[in-house]
Design a protein around this ligand. Structure first.
Ligand code: HDD
Length: 701
């Protein structure tokens, strides 16, 4: 908690509180530096007013407040950022002259911002949505922005479609809802008419779009970029961020409940982790390939709806990003940071991916609108740090860095001012460009289903079920049956069983015909384990949170052992008591909790322990928040440790308890053995035994 200073106060005539001094003697002033005498009462004629226009202190304060907001980002409005460093672990000077990759051990400062795409600034963190993964490297040769997502492909192949895609997914324009959701008619209508989205839709409906934490998701540059050497050689490159804590997602039911219990779940998680010294890390890996590979690859490397399987072009690690400092001020840093795909440095170049070319226009343009003028690059969060910024740009809104003197042009005969440098300066990839002006999509972009199928078939059975359930949820929210049918028509081109499962779940009796395809979908692509979260199991409880529910009379020694074991495992413990004033331990001491039960829902934790009293705790199972705490933990497949809480657990009536996810801490397992079991994150066996629609005679799920 921040230091709290007991204020020196007095009450004014009207009972208002005036705070007259602070220990550091800082005085309140206007924007002009004039000390303010009274910050509680405006200047009035007489005791009751009216307020006088003469009150320039009031007018200035209100004027500034009225202009505090800037437009939120048109997409990716909801986000959070942190500072960190990139350390090169493998120099690749042979491939690129990019400054961060020249020598092993080289450190480059950076700022990262994670976001959802669809929701407004105030929307909840756990919306089912793609996550933005944007990193600004302050390199010695200028700023390089790698503006990616947590999904390696995108919805569309051409930037001219972007405004339509975003309009379709954002709240519908007449009613202004739904907020932060793709589960509505206009989105699925657009998708049903955009077959190129099918691969992305598979990812979007998968657990990738409900990550447990920003710290536990992958990042992708998506497009094919170019590495460039000083002598003009080039290779293609795709960028991947791999989370050191492993990938983990929440269940949809958890996401829905977390949004209510803690809409800032992801923001808070990142903030807490960095504040407590658990600095999240990602390995930066690259897939490097040449034109020969590009020519032989079965899809077009310039098509953003396609990926290159890791099995085909293995990832090579070149460095590690560590986020180690939270922002000092959210607005100044996270809100004003301006990422632009066209911010590259010598050694990094663009491919001809049309989506990337379109983005290179859009990002600069959007910052002008958001930040109000062309000088946003001079804001501290956007200014280069590893090298000077020196040019003849002048004036414009909020200019603070005009060059002194007469000379603001180049070349000049006065021998002053910055000069171009053909050796150190940025040189674009030469290549050749040829062709007619035409509005066409190349035939090499025409296969929209094969990689969607490859993705689906690469998932575990549980993940496939989640995809089907997500589709049933989303399409079930559509009011127009035709839209549901049209999507099922596309799913038939991806995988028939999936399409039938979804149709059953939606209660569609007659299967619609499969959508027409430009080219036949392939069924010979090998599956790729790297596409599945669960095939790359986490195997660690590091970075996770154990929630310990304390009932009166609990054994404080067990709590101590759990805390020590969690510390050893790199995890943290949060304590929940029935009431905010804490729980009584067996020695009569009172332990203050991190949460009272009504606010400390079990969805906020990765695993649960209940420490009961020595007596009969069953009565507490009658308290709805207590029963809900356990029911949710059980239904979400959480590992559950317990000590002396048998009567309580029995009265919570948890179907199938005990199963392999329950551990008795009064003898069967020690605290550290229990934490070691929690590394599997979830008791999947319990989840696969959960009843579904088919158990009640519906559909064929
Ligand atoms: Fe975009 C923001 C990622 C396609 C236009 N985009 C934005 C952000 C991320 C991405 C992470 C937020 C950056 C931040 O934290 O401030 N966008 C992507 C990816 C795409 C993509 C991975 C496909 C591969 N975007 C895309 C297209 C266009 C845009 C095709 C337009 C033609 N994106 C924008 C934007 C935003 C933006 C309107 C809104 C706020 C901003 O730029 O700074 O310009």
């Amino acid at each position: 908690m921040d230091d709290y200073e007991d204020p020196t106060t007095f009450r004014g005539k009207g009972g208002e509180i005036h705070q007259t001094s602070s220990s550091h003697g800082e005085r309140l002033t206007t924007a002009q530096g004039m000390v303010v005498a009274d910050n509680q009462n405006s200047l009035k004629a007489g005791d009751k007013g009216p307020i006088l226009l003469e009150d320039f202190v009031l007018r200035e304060k209100i004027f500034h407040f009225d202009h505090e907001r800037i437009p939120e980002r048109v997409v990716h409005a909801r986000g959070t950022g942190a500072h960190g460093t990139f350390v090169c672990t493998r120099a690749i000077a042979n491939l690129t002259m990019a400054a961060p990759f020249q020598t092993e051990g080289k450190e480059t400062p950076l700022f990262a911002r994670f976001s959802t795409v669809v929701g407004s600034k105030g929307s909840p963190d756990l919306a089912r949505d793609v996550r933005g993964f944007a990193v600004k490297f302050y390199t010695d040769a200028g700023n390089w922005d790698l503006v990616g997502n947590n999904i390696p492909v995108f919805f569309i192949q051409d930037p001219i479609k972007f405004p339509d895609l975003v309009h379709a997914v954002k709240p519908e324009p007449d009613r202004g809802f739904p907020q932060a959701q793709s589960a509505h008619d206009t989105f699925w209508d657009y998708i049903s008419l955009t077959p190129e989205s099918m691969h992305m839709v598979m990812w979007q409906m998968s657990d990738r779009t409900i990550p447990r934490s920003f710290r536990m998701m992958e990042g992708f540059g998506v497009h094919t970029y170019r590495f460039l050497t000083a002598n003009g050689d080039s290779t293609f490159v795709k960028f991947h961020w791999k989370p050191v804590l492993g990938m983990q997602s929440v269940l949809w039911d958890e996401a829905v409940k977390i949004n209510g219990a803690d809409p800032d779940f992801h923001r808070r998680d990142l903030w807490n982790a960095i504040k407590q010294g658990d600095h999240p890390q990602w390995r930066l890996c690259v897939q490097v390939f040449d034109q020969t590979f590009a020519d032989e690859f079965e899809f077009d490397i310039l098509d953003s709806t396609k990926l290159i399987p890791e099995e085909l072009v293995p990832l090579e690690e070149i460095g590690v990003m560590t986020l180690n400092r939270v922002v000092d001020n959210f607005f100044q840093e996270t809100e004003q940071v301006a990422f632009c795909t066209q911010n590259v440095v010598p050694g990094i170049g663009f491919s001809d991916d049309p989506l990337l070319q379109g983005r290179n226009f859009s990002y600069l343009d959007t910052q002008l609108k958001r930040l109000g003028g062309p000088n946003f690059a001079a804001l501290p969060i956007n200014a280069p740090r590893g090298c000077p910024m020196s040019n003849n740009y002048q004036d414009g809104h909020m200019q603070t860095a005009n060059r002194p003197g007469r000379i603001n042009y180049e070349p000049n005969g006065f021998g002053v001012g910055p000069r171009e440098d053909p050796l150190a300066g940025y040189v674009s990839y030469r290549g050749t460009v040829d062709g007619h002006r035409q509005r066409i999509r190349p035939e090499s972009f025409a296969d929209h289903y094969s990689q969607a199928r490859q993705f689906y078939l690469s998932q575990t059975a549980i993940e496939q079920t989640h995809i089907c359930e997500a589709l049933i949820f989303e399409l079930g929210k559509c009011e127009m049956p035709d839209i549901r049918n049209a999507i099922v028509g596309h799913l038939l081109n991806i995988e028939e069983d999936m399409a039938i499962t979804v149709a059953d779940g939606l209660g569609i009796v007659d299967l619609p015909p499969a959508a027409t395809t430009a080219v036949p979908a392939r069924s010979d692509l090998p599956t790729s384990d790297a596409l599945s979260i669960l095939k790359s199991p986490v195997k660690t409880f590091e970075g996770r949170v154990l929630g310990v529910l304390l009932l009166d009379g609990f054994d404080p020694d067990i709590l101590g052992e759990l805390s020590a074991a969690a510390l050893d495992a790199g995890a943290s413990v949060q304590v929940i008591a029935v009431q905010a004033n804490g729980a009584l331990d067996a020695n009569g001491g009172r332990r203050p909790p991190d949460h009272a039960l009504r606010g400390g829902k079990s969805v906020l934790f990765d695993a649960i322990v209940v420490l009961g009293g020595a007596g009969d705790d069953s009565a507490i199972a009658e308290f709805p928040p207590a029963r809900e705490f356990m029911t949710d933990a059980h239904n979400h497949g959480k590992f559950i440790g317990h000590h002396q809480a048998t009567a309580f657990l029995t009265d919570c009536k948890l179907p199938g308890r005990p199963d392999t996810g329950y551990f008795d801490l009064s003898g069967e397992k020690t605290a550290s053995q229990f934490l070691a079991e929690c590394a599997a994150v979830r008791c999947w066996l319990r989840l696969s035994d959960m009843p579904n629609e088919a158990d009640f005679g519906y559909g064929d799920l």
